[in-house]
Design a binder for this molecule. Structure first.
Ligand code: SF4
Length: 326
């Protein structure tokens, strides 16, 4: 049965509850919310498998595991009937210090508090509210860690489209959004307007990528991606062809998003926890190389940067210094 037919069978109570859940999500500070059935993502599974077959996931072997779980929310939470998909704008009006060779640039998403905590905390609050309103309802909050395909769910829920750089783009906030999902056992009234692709003939992100990691529109080869190399890769050295073109990036890379015309619509977020902490927009390379496990843990407490580990961050700092001939 197609979604349009399904929506005709939805009870007025489900429609009213869905509206209240969306209103509550917005009250909690989420900027966009959509609700879709917890049905498998069939088309996305084929694309994921082709991407894996090409080896574009690099050393992220965990991505090969459980394709069923990655594409079917009922495998993540048995009994799930609905997926509430949320987006949280994280843009703050700060910029990297241009051309300061003593520092390395940090990706915008990691300037403030760890998004897992912020988005996850809000989703848990939403779930608690739903449980209080609907005794017997069960749910599961998912932020990046669980094997769900966030961007595919956001497209299905009408939050935005996946750009040629493979990030989700919203019309209102550009691509500076974190995504999360709440799986629910409740039957709700579903959004049926999937966002159209508004990239058009633009290819700015493909042209701007320092390492040509966008091998074709909508396909990124992680092996060439600065974000992958500086965050996920656990090797003692960054591959030479990527290391030579880091373009000053210490942790992550925003180049494809910085050039995207849709990010002209960026708006400062009201979420103060995303305001940059000291030394988190650009970090002093020499100071990073002096960090010990204890000082590293204290400096990056509650930060997504911990994903790279101390060894990874110092490896990245050494690569940047080497590019400067140091
Ligand atoms: S830079 Fe252009 S092609 Fe790339 S994601 Fe943005 S609009 Fe799409």
């Amino acid at each position: 049965m197609v979604a349009a037919e399904l929506s005709q069978l939805v009870s007025p109570a489900a429609t009213a509850l869905t509206a209240r859940i969306k209103a509550r999500a917005l009250e909690l500070g989420f900027h966009k919310v959509g609700v879709v059935p917890a049905a498998p993502l069939s088309g996305e599974r084929g694309r994921l498998e082709e991407w894996l077959r090409r080896g574009y996931h690099g050393e992220m072997s965990w991505m090969e595991r459980d394709p069923e779980r990655r594409t079917d929310p009922r495998q993540v939470m048995p009994g799930a009937r609905s997926v509430v998909v949320v987006a949280l704008n994280y843009f703050t009006p700060h910029e990297h210090t241009p051309d300061d060779p003593a520092t390395g640039k940090i990706s915008r998403y990691a300037w403030g508090d760890d998004y897992h905590d912020v988005v996850g905390g809000k989703l848990k609050e939403l779930l608690a509210w739903i449980k209080a309103e609907c005794p017997g309802a069960e749910g599961k909050a998912c932020v990046d860690i669980q094997p769900l395909m966030d961007k595919a769910w956001a497209v299905r829920a009408g939050l935005g489209w996946i750009g040629k750089h493979t990030n989700l783009i919203t019309r209102e906030y550009g691509s500076w959004v974190f995504l999360g999902e709440l799986l629910l056992t409740l039957e709700l009234d579903y959004d049926t307007d999937v966002s159209e692709d508004h990239c058009g003939t633009c290819t700015l992100c493909i042209e701007a990528c320092p390492t040509d990691a966008i091998t074709e529109p909508y396909v990124v080869d992680s092996n060439r991606c600065i974000s992958y190399a500086t965050i996920e890769l656990r090797a003692p050295d960054i591959p030479a062809e990527v290391a030579a073109k880091l373009d000053g990036w210490l942790y992550g890379c925003d180049t494809c998003q910085d050039v995207c015309p849709w990010n002209r619509f960026e708006q400062p977020t009201a979420e103060t926890r995303f305001e940059p902490r000291e030394g988190r927009v650009s970090a002093d390379l020499a100071a990073l190389l002096e960090l010990t496990p204890d000082t590293y843990a204290a400096r990056f407490r509650r930060s997504a940067i911990k994903r790279a580990k101390l060894a990874g961050l110092q490896r990245n700092a050494r690569a940047l210094k080497k590019n400067q001939g140091d």
